[in-house]
Ligand binder design. Structure first.
Ligand SMILES: [Zn+2]
Length: 50
């Protein structure tokens, strides 16, 4: 979790296409851009500076 709960919630609903790296909403069957099915959830544990 990061500093901003709203941003965390938004990021948790973002999936990234492995093929063209387009942002897709969670739950979509395929990429909206290239129609690829290779999607991954966006990383939520982004390292932050202390
Ligand atoms: Zn794509």
């Amino acid at each position: 979790m990061g500093k901003f709960p709203i941003a965390d919630a938004a990021l948790s609903q973002v999936w990234i296409c492995k093929r063209c790296k387009a942002r897709n909403h969670a739950g979509v069957e395929m990429c909206r851009k290239c129609h690829s099915r290779y999607l991954r959830p966006k990383r939520k544990d982004i390292k932050t500076k202390k």
